[in-house]
Design a protein around this ligand. Structure first.
Ligand code: CA
Length: 227
């Protein structure tokens, strides 16, 4: 069983695919536009995204590029009527894992989903962000270690202990040894901006942290803390 998100704007096809994938045991969230994808997509839960390219509010390929730029480890299957070889090559270069023609039969889709699931399972250790508090460094997947300040370390530790969970601003501020009521909230935003920039400058990857407005922050990738 996989948690899938399916982005396809043609209603009949979307319903047919969602129903088929559910029938073979997957959990499917089906959406019809880029905007809806953004609202529903859960980077922690959805392991595979099946994405149509021609969409009412944009190009699925832009979404794929964004997901990859963010360093998201979601498996991506492109589903499209554009069958040309040129499109196929471009799709794979931009970060799609598989490319399926809309005329492919459902068994081929099922086989592709299970092949991709196996590959994601094998690849898992490499996709993990590792924090090493002792030497005070962050190891982004596939890149050299990034040295951290004590404050960077404290913030990341608070987030990476609970990946996929919103950690409140108060929790982070308290971990920094500050009194939440006296604390200027903008300092935390600045701290987070600096940390994001540091990671992006070193790797080109987006630090996998979402801002939950007025609530806190969430580390959405797989994380490990090694003491
Ligand atoms: Ca379409």
């Amino acid at each position: 069983m996989q948690n899938l998100i399916l982005l396809e704007d043609e209603t009949i096809l979307r319903e047919e695919l969602a129903e088929f994938l559910a029938d073979i045991g997957h959990r499917v969230d089906a959406v019809a536009s880029l905007a809806e994808f953004e609202r529903v997509h859960d980077p922690v839960r959805h392991r595979i995204a099946i994405i149509d390219l021609g969409l009412p509010d944009g190009d699925g390929m832009d979404l794929i590029r964004t997901l990859r730029r963010q360093g998201q480890r979601v498996g991506i299957i492109v589903l499209t009527a554009r069958g040309a070889v040129r499109d196929k090559v471009a799709g794979l270069e931009d970060g799609a894992d598989h490319y399926l023609s809309k005329t492919a039969d459902l068994d081929e889709l099922a086989a592709t989903v299970s092949a991709l699931s196996r590959r994601l399972d094998d690849a898992e250790p490499d996709e993990c962000w590792v924090l090493e508090p002792g030497p005070r460094r962050l190891l982004p997947p596939g890149f050299e270690a990034i040295p951290l300040s004590q404050q960077d370390l404290t913030v990341l530790q608070a987030l990476m202990i609970h990946p996929g969970t919103i950690v409140s601003r108060q929790e982070i501020v308290t971990a920094l040894g500050e009194n939440f009521l006296d604390y200027d909230q903008r300092r935390l935003d600045t701290q987070m901006r600096r940390l994001r920039r540091k990671v992006e400058d070193a790797t080109g990857l987006v630090l996998p942290v979402n801002t939950a407005r007025n609530a806190g922050y969430l580390f959405y990738a797989e994380a490990d803390i090694r003491n």
